[in-house]
Design a protein around this ligand. Structure first.
Ligand SMILES: Nc1ncnc2c1ncn2[C@@H]1O[C@H](COP(=O)(O)OP(=O)(O)OP(=O)(O)O)[C@@H](O)[C@H]1O
Ligand SMILES: [Mg+2]
Length: 1004
């Protein structure tokens, strides 16, 4: 926050710096020293006017500030303005009263010395305002501690009080200070304001009893009467200051009120020409308010004590003298009360801490005054200005000379008017005007203002700066009155009227009145009129002498301090804004000695600047010094001005500063800078942009690298993690493998779990798909038992599944196959081949059986039918027949004829060979008178035999024979069938009348 504010401030300053010199054409120069026609008053006025029209009321002459009263609020006294000027190099910002204040303050802090700021100018030119601005500046910008705030506030608040008592509305200024004021602000070593002291000069007491037409008495009277009317209080800031009023209460207001009452006392003349006061009403009031005895007061106002050698004589006063006494009393009471007030304020401002302090003095003093009629006051005031002018000349010239000496620069002293001669004319002991006046005041015998004038003519008549009507030649005579004398001040001639000089210088308060006042019960008044004064029989010093003395002590105070000057100018007589009265201003320029001051400043060099600062500003003008000069600044500056082509008479090089004689040289340099700036800006911009771009690029690149690095790191860490993990797993695996056969232990626990899991998971892909598939995944050693169990379960499951999948038909066929197997397995060739030939329900469709036959056996249900070849029992002739089986009997059918019916009850057995032939012999029992056994050859021998056996329900009736078999032909007669093997199948009747059946032997 703080740094941001500072940034903004710096920016402002830079802008001002840039603007300051370059904007000179528009609003003149902001330092008169830079004015080329520096001897021309017109040029001076022009510059002032140009700036005034732009509301630029401040202009420098070197370090002196010229201020023109704007008679309007300009908004240039804000806190932000104050901050702007704080701690900034004097010439870096436009001229301002704050710059003067800040400069004095900085110098005081850094050099630990004392300063004063002299503010002068005519009435209404803005002196008091300027001094207030300076006070405010210190109040706002100086460092502060809580406890010291009181000191600061009192300093600020003393102003309205003093203004109430010391300011009045005049024709020239509504708030005119009627006293000179010097205020010391004391700072401790840290630069904190800790206390103060005020000295007042020559309060215009006469205002109490007399005001010019259109003017007013001191503000306080009106304030008192108005009883703190809001508007006026606000204007004078009274109510803000209760602390200072605490003591006022009755006493102070009593005094003020008594002064008002004094004015209303009316005198009359009695028969003897003595003054009387017929109405004692006012007297009573005054006596009450001042705490004096009314009779005493009455007497003191109308009588005078004259001291004879041993006794006091009281003699009455004339009316005129009484009025004088009354007025003298009013003035004395008011004047001393004012002094008392200043002392009171001082005692509240005093800092009791005796550590070393530095001070800044503010001198708000009346400027040179030239009216149509000039009296004693103007004489004192102008004398004061004469003295201050001398101080200024001396200090300025001295300072200038000191600087040249310090810098080792040759310097030709310039001629200037030394006004010491005028000062002497006024103040010289015994010979000066003040001394002559004093003499005239104390001289016995009738002294008048006129006799004083004559004395002057006599004693200083020959002085070159003194003139009277009598002394002036015929030309000047007309312009000087009989009662007047003229002084040729440094600022011009002023004609003074001697009327009232003696009286004002005497400022006599009759002893009688003094005595009354010394006895007052009013506490304040008692402090103002001390009894000691009565005892002191010596004449009090005259006003003129007092003023002279106080001025000389003021000058002593000032001479030991470093000066800053503010010259205030009043733009017009009508208190109007934006009115620039050339005549009036020329007049002020003259008697403020501004042209003189400018000449002194310009006698040497118009412009001087420390090498560092000069180089800093203009280094861009020379390739050697731009952008950086690394050598000593002085050399850099030399290089620079050589490059710029400065002529030898245009400049001088001091020890720490360059001195430029003519403004035009500086302006040429400025113009060059202005021209150069644009190029520089482009270059700086380009460099800056490239710098920004590069910075951005580098930033991005670094970010990318960082990201990459981090990402790689992350990947590497992940990989290493994986590897570590893998190593751990592998190691565990190996350990587990080594100890796989040991009892379960931590080493092999996981391995075993893994193996188990793995085996089981694997197993699901290798399970046998059918009941006949006998394959099985080989189990690891530890899982053999489990594997066996699983295998069994699996088989059982498969079997169960298989069984559930079998149809009733297939089941029946299977049962038949089982029967076949029981009969033929291992006994007859060709059985194995027959296994995969499924049995049929029948080999003959019912449609292929002759209907007659069907008719014949209609009461029985046909179970099976198959075509067969029947061999005659005798001749072994082969005949095509059908073998039809019902549940009761087997029929051998030839077309429509049942050739042979064999009841199962009569069926004795069935014979077949062990060879691969299809011969089957159905044996019947002989007693059944059957035709004999049937010798049949069937293509589906296994099927037919099985069906028959199952229908017969006797399983052991089948006889598988080897070699031959006997069969029954008729009772007592048997046939034989021989079975043999051979290269081809044959059935024939052999020589022995036997049926030979040859089968092909095949390995099965
Ligand atoms: N810087 C300023 N800005 C605005 N107004 C100003 C400024 N300075 C002076 N004034 C106006 O001018 C008036 C007179 O100013 P100020 O009282 O300071 O004059 P002065 O020089 O002290 O006169 P005097 O010698 O009579 O005391 C102020 O009351 C104010 O209205
Ligand atoms: Mg003033």
């Amino acid at each position: 926050m703080e740094s941001k504010k500072e940034d903004v401030r710096r920016k402002h300053i830079r802008l001002h710096m840039e603007g300051a010199l370059t904007a000179r054409d528009k609003v003149g120069v902001q330092d008169f020293v830079l004015l080329d026609a520096y001897t021309s008053e017109s040029a001076f006025v022009d510059n002032l006017r140009k700036r005034f029209n732009e509301n630029l009321i401040y202009t420098y002459i070197g370090t002196l500030l010229v201020s023109v009263n704007p008679y309007q609020e300009l908004g240039i006294y804000t806190v932000s303005q104050m901050e702007l000027y704080q701690g900034v190099n004097f010439f870096e910002l436009p001229p301002h009263v704050y710059a003067i204040a800040d400069n004095a303050y900085r110098m005081m802090c850094s050099e630990l010395n004392n300063h004063f700021i002299l503010i002068s100018g005519e009435s209404g030119a803005g002196k008091t305002e300027a001094s207030k601005k300076i006070l405010q500046y210190f109040a706002v910008t100086c460092p502060m501690t809580q406890s010291l705030q009181i000191a600061r506030d009192r300093l600020l608040l003393s102003n309205p009080v003093l203004e109430a008592f010391g300011n009045a509305r005049t024709l020239r200024n509504d708030n005119s200070s009627r006293f000179g004021k010097y205020m010391d602000i004391q700072f401790d070593f840290q630069g904190i304001p800790v206390g103060g002291h005020i000295i007042s000069y020559l309060i215009e007491k006469s205002r109490v009893v007399y005001q010019n037409q259109g003017e007013r008495n001191f503000h306080i009277f009106y304030q008192l009467l108005a009883g703190g009317e809001e508007e006026r209080l606000a204007f004078l800031g009274l109510e803000r200051d209760p602390q200072l009023y605490k003591y006022l209460s009755q006493n102070l207001f009593g005094i003020i009120a008594s002064v008002l009452h004094l004015g209303n006392i009316g005198f009359e003349e009695d028969d003897q020409g003595c003054a009387t006061i017929p109405d004692t009403h006012e007297i009573k009031w005054i006596a009450k308010l001042l705490g004096v005895h009314p009779a005493d007061l009455l007497e003191a106002l109308t009588h005078r004590k004259i001291e004879a050698k041993t006794e006091e004589v009281i003699c009455p006063l004339t009316l005129e003298l009484s009025v004088y006494a009354r007025d003298a009393m009013a003035k004395a009471v008011y004047g001393r009360t004012f002094t008392w007030l200043v002392n009171k304020i001082n005692s509240s401002l005093v800092n009791k801490d005796f550590t070393r302090k530095t001070v800044i003095g503010l001198l708000d003093i009346y400027g040179f005054e030239v009216f149509d009629k000039n009296g004693f006051e103007q004489f004192c005031i102008n004398y004061c200005n004469e003295k201050l002018q001398q101080l200024l000349i001396e200090r300025t010239l001295k300072a200038e000379q000191a600087e040249y000496e310090m810098e080792g620069i040759e310097w030709e002293p310039i001629k200037y008017f030394n006004n010491k001669i005028i000062c002497d004319l006024v103040e010289e002991r015994h010979k000066g005007i003040i001394s002559i006046l004093d003499e005239e005041c104390i001289r016995p015998g009738p002294a008048t203002d006129l006799s004083f004038l004559e004395k002057l003519e006599e004693k200083v008549g020959k002085h070159a700066h003194f003139e009277t009507r009598k002394l002036a030649g015929p030309k000047g005579r007309k312009r000087i009155g009989w009662m007047e004398f003229r002084l040729l001040h440094y600022a011009g001639e002023v004609t003074y009227c001697t009327k009232g000089f003696l009286e004002k210088n005497n400022d006599l308060l009759y002893r009688h009145l003094k005595e009354v006042l010394c006895k007052s019960k009013n506490v304040i008044l008692r402090e103002c009129f001390l009894r000691a004064e009565l005892e002191n029989r010596r004449r009090p010093p005259t006003v003129g002498t007092q003023f002279k003395n106080s001025l000389s002590s003021l000058l002593e105070i000032l001479i030991s301090k470093e000066p800053s000057y503010i010259r205030c100018i009043k733009p017009n007589d009508r208190k109007e804004p934006s009115k620039f009265d050339d005549f009036l201003i020329r007049h002020q320029i003259k008697y403020l000695g501004l042209m003189e001051h400018l000449r002194v400043r310009r006698a040497g060099f118009a412009y001087r600047r420390k090498y560092e600062h000069f180089l800093q500003r203009y280094k861009s003008l020379c390739p050697d010094t731009w952008p950086h000069w690394h050598g000593p600044p002085a050399e850099g500056v030399e290089r620079l001005i050589n490059y710029m082509g400065y002529k030898p008479e245009e400049y001088k090089l001091g020890k720490t500063k360059i001195f430029i004689r003519f403004p035009r040289t500086l302006f040429a340099t400025e113009d060059a800078l202005e021209f150069c700036k644009h190029q520089l800006v482009a270059r700086i911009q380009a460099t800056y942009k490239s710098c920004l771009g590069r910075r951005e690029y580098v930033k991005k690149r670094q970010a990318a690298i960082k990201l990459e690095a981090h990402w790689r790191g992350a990947l590497a860490r992940k990989a290493i993690q994986r590897r570590k993990w893998a190593v751990r797993i592998i190691r565990k695996f190996i350990k587990g493998f080594i100890s796989r056969n040991k009892p379960l232990c931590p080493d092999n626990e996981e391995f075993i779990v893994f193996v188990r899991k793995n085996y089981i998971l694997n197993l699901r892909y290798h399970l046998p798909k059918t009941v006949l598939d006998k394959s099985w995944l080989r189990p690891p050693g530890i899982l053999e038992n489990a594997s066996d169990l699983l295998r069994k379960m699996c088989v059982r499951n498969l079997v169960q599944k298989y069984c559930r999948g079998i149809t009733a038909e297939r089941k029946a066929m299977m049962q038949q196959k089982v029967v076949t197997s029981e009969i033929f397995r291992g006994r007859k060739d060709g059985y194995t081949e027959s296994l995969n030939q499924p049995f049929a329900n029948s080999r003959i469709n019912e449609g292929d059986i002759n209907p007659k036959v069907l008719q014949l056996i209609s009461h029985e249900k046909i179970q099976y039918g198959v075509p067969v070849i029947k061999y005659d029992r005798k001749g072994f002739k082969a005949r095509q027949r059908q073998l039809i089986l019902t549940q009761k009997a087997a029929y051998v059918v030839e077309l429509a004829k049942i050739k042979q019916k064999i009841e199962y009850s009569a069926l004795k057995g069935v014979s077949t060979s062990n060879l691969r032939d299809g011969i089957l012999v159905i044996h019947v029992s002989p007693e059944d008178k059957q035709k004999g056994d049937a010798v049949l050859q069937c293509g589906h021998m296994f099927e037919a035999v099985t069906k028959l056996v199952m229908l017969v329900k006797k399983e052991n009736i089948v006889n598988v024979v080897q070699g031959s078999l006997q069969f029954f032909i008729s009772p007592g007669k048997e046939g034989t069938i021989v079975f043999d093997t051979g290269p081809e199948e044959q059935i024939y009747k052999n020589k022995n009348g036997q049926l030979t059946v040859v089968s092909v032997r095949r390995k099965s």
